[in-house]
Design a binder for this molecule. Sequence first.
Ligand SMILES: [Zn+2]
Length: 96
Amino acid sequence: MKREKCPYCGSLKTVWRGYRYNERTKKRMRLCKGCGRKFTARDRFWRMRFSEEEILEAVSLYNKGYSTSEVVIHMKRKHGIKISRWTVICWTRRFS
Ligand SMILES: [Zn+2]
């Protein structure tokens, strides 16, 4: 798990501390042991097991007119990652 800096004091001594929910997403919260403040983990690519490059590539393929299943096949063949067609749609909504 990547270390995340506290946005308030810059300390790297931060730990996962539960979740905050809103109507659409579940955001992970972190607690800074340096200053004791809580903050939301940076989440543009939260919970992603994939790299930003892979996600953006899938999104751009989809936007070029490839179908979701073609994108799924491409990502599996080229990057060896398994995603669902729904994942492609989610990524496209979030990141394009
Ligand atoms: Zn802090």
